[in-house]
Design a protein. Structure first.
Length: 436
C-alpha cells in the first residue's frame, strides 16, 4: 500500500540564532538515525510484514533579516528548502529510507541538492540489527551538548535548523539482550581512502532499577581514543540525564600565538574531560499536567577558552594564509590577520563549544492562550565571557496541519564575544505553513 504525504511551510524572518533546542530522542529511540520519520524506520514487528512504500515531503520558505548595532541598513535574505522523503518496508524487517534536500537561494539565484540520509535496514533472525548507509545517529542523552558523540558529522544546533542534519556514512549494529541490555556499534566508513583510516564507536547500555547507563568508546587512527559514560534517571519528579567523555589528549584543534605568528595545534593536556548534565521537569497548569516544561542544561569543556579570542584585535602573522576572491575573480592571499579571522577561515570555531563553561535554559507552555498554541522561551550563555542569546517564540498548529509562528532572538553581552562578535543584535522570524 502506498501512502503519499507532502507538507509545506511558508516562513518569514528566520533567526539563525537561538530559538529552541532540537528535540531529544527518547531512550527507546536513542540509536535511531532518521530525524524525520523515526516511527517509519523503527524495528518491524509481526504485523508489519506487508510491502509498503511511503512518500513524504516538506518545504520551508524563509526570509531572513539581521539587525546590526553598527549599521542602519540590514541584510535581507530569502531562500526555500525542500525535503523529499522515501520510506520502503519489505518483509522480514528489511527497510530502506532516503531524505533528499534541495534549497534555492534568491540572493545568489543558486539551487543545490544534498542527500541527507540514505540507508538500508536488515537483520539476522531478529537478533542482530544492521543499518548501512548515510545516517544521523542519536548518540548521547542531553538536549544540546553531547560530549560522547564523536560520530555525527553535524552537532546539534540550539535552534532547529531549516532542513535536516547531514548523515555520517557507515554501518550501525544493534544487539539487544531483552529489554535491559543493548550493545551498539558503528563503523565509520565515510570519506576515508584507506581501510586503516576507518573509525568506529562501541556502546554497552544497561538498565538497573529506574536508571539507565551506558559505557562507550570511540577510536580512529591519528586520534586519541575517547571513553564515554551516559546516565538517565529520575530523582523525585525531576528527570536527570548526563554524559561525560574522557581522553588522554584533546582531539580538538586550537589557535596558538607562536611568537607573533598564529598557528594550529592540539593541546597536550593529560586526561581531558568534557561533561553535560540536564535537569527537566513538567508542571501542572490549570487542568493539564506538564503544560509547563522547564529544563536546565550545563556543559563543562575542560580545554575550552577562558578568554575569548574574538576580543583580541591585534594583527598577527599567519601560518596559513587567508584566501579571498579579488575583483577579477582571482584569489587574493593575506599573510596577516586577527585571531577571529584566522579561526573562522580555518574552521576552528564551533558554536557553543568555544568556552570552558556554558549554561542553557529551555521553557515551554502548551495551550498558550488557545489550545493549539505553544510559547517557548530559551536562553544560552557563555559563562566565561558573559555573552548569550535570549529567544522567545509562539507556535500555532491545528489538527488540519496549518501552522504559524513568531519568534524573536536577541544577542546579549559586551562587544567581541562569542555571541556578539558578528555585531548582530536582533533577529525576528515569522512563519506560516500547511501540511497535507
Amino acid at each position: 500500500m502506498k501512502k503519499f504525504f507532502i507538507s509545506a511551510a511558508l516562513g518569514g524572518l528566520l533567526c539563525p540564532g537561538i530559538v529552541r533546542a532540537e528535540d531529544a530522542a527518547s531512550e527507546l529511540e536513542m540509536f535511531s538515525s532518521s530525524e524525520v520519520v523515526t516511527q517509519a524506520v523503527s524495528a518491524a514487528g509481526p504485523a508489519e510484514e506487508k510491502k509498503t512504500v511511503g512518500f513524504s515531503g516538506e518545504a520551508v520558505s524563509v526570509v531572513e533579516d539581521v539587525i546590526y548595532s553598527s549599521s542602519s541598513a540590514h541584510p535581507l535574505n530569502s531562500y526555500i528548502v525542500g525535503n523529499l522523503l522515501l520510506d520502503v518496508r519489505l518483509k522480514n524487517g528489511v527497510k530502506a529510507f532516503a531524505n533528499m534536500e534541495t534549497g534555492y537561494y534568491s540572493r545568489t539565484r543558486e539551487t543545490d541538492s544534498t542527500l541527507r540520509e540514505a540507508f538500508l535496514d536488515f537483520n539476522i533472525d531478529r537478533r542482530i540489527y544492521f543499518r548501512t548507509g548515510k545516517q544521523v545517529l542519536q548518540w548521547g542523552r542531553c538536549t544540546l551538548w553531547n560530549p560522547t558523540d564523536l560520530i555525527n558529522v553535524e552537532k546539534k544546533t540550539f535552534v532547529r535548523k531549516i532542513g535536516y542534519r547531514d548523515g555520517a556514512y557507515g554501518l550501525k549494529v544493534h544487539i539487544p539482550f531483552g529489554t535491559a541490555r543493548n550493545i551498539y556499534g558503528f563503523l565509520d566508513t565515510g570519506g576515508e581512502l584507506n581501510d586503516r583510516d576507518l573509525g568506529g564507536a562501541l556502546k554497552f547500555e544497561f538498565l538497573t532499577g529506574r536508571t539507565e547507563m551506558a559505557f562507550s568508546g570511540w577510536a580512529k587512527r591519528a586520534r586519541r581514543p575517547v571513553l564515554g559514560y551516559e546516565i538517565s534517571s529520575r530523582l523525585g519528579n525531576v528527570d536527570i540525564s548526563g554524559e561525560a567523555s574522557l581522553a588522554r589528549r584533546d582531539n580538538t584543534r586550537f589557535i596558538r600565538d607562536d611568537g607573533g605568528t598564529l598557528d594550529i595545534y592540539r593541546k597536550n593536556d593529560d586526561w581531558v574531560t568534557k561533561a553535560a548534565v540536564n535537569f527537566s521537569k513538567g508542571f501542572r497548569l490549570g487542568n493539564f499536567n506538564d503544560r509547563l516544561t522547564a529544563a536546565a542544561e550545563f556543559f563543562y569543556n575542560q580545554t575550552g577558552y577562558v578568554k575569548t579570542p574574538f576580543r583580541d584585535e591585534a594583527v598577527y602573522n599567519l601560518s596559513v594564509p587567508l584566501v579571498s576572491v579579488g575583483p577579477a575573480g582571482t584569489p587574493v592571499y593575506r599573510t596577516t590577520g586577527t585571531k577571529e579571522e584566522f579561526m573562522l577561515a580555518n574552521g576552528l570555531y564551533a558554536p557553543n563549544y568555544l568556552a570552558r563553561y556554558y549554561g542553557a535554559v529551555f521553557t515551554g507552555i502548551s495551550r498558550f492562550i488557545i489550545t493549539d498554541m505553544t510559547l517557548n522561551m530559551n536562553y544560552i550563555r557563555n559563562l566565561n565571557d558573559g555573552s548569550g542569546v535570549l529567544s522567545t517564540g509562539v507556535a500555532y498548529k491545528n489538527i488540519n496541519d496549518f501552522s504559524a509562528g513568531c519568534l524573536v532572538s536577541s544577542y546579549l553581552g559586551g562587544a567581541d564575544r562569542e555571541y556578539t562578535f558578528s555585531k548582530a543584535r536582533l533577529l525576528v522570524q515569522l512563519t506560516a505553513g500547511i501540511s497535507f
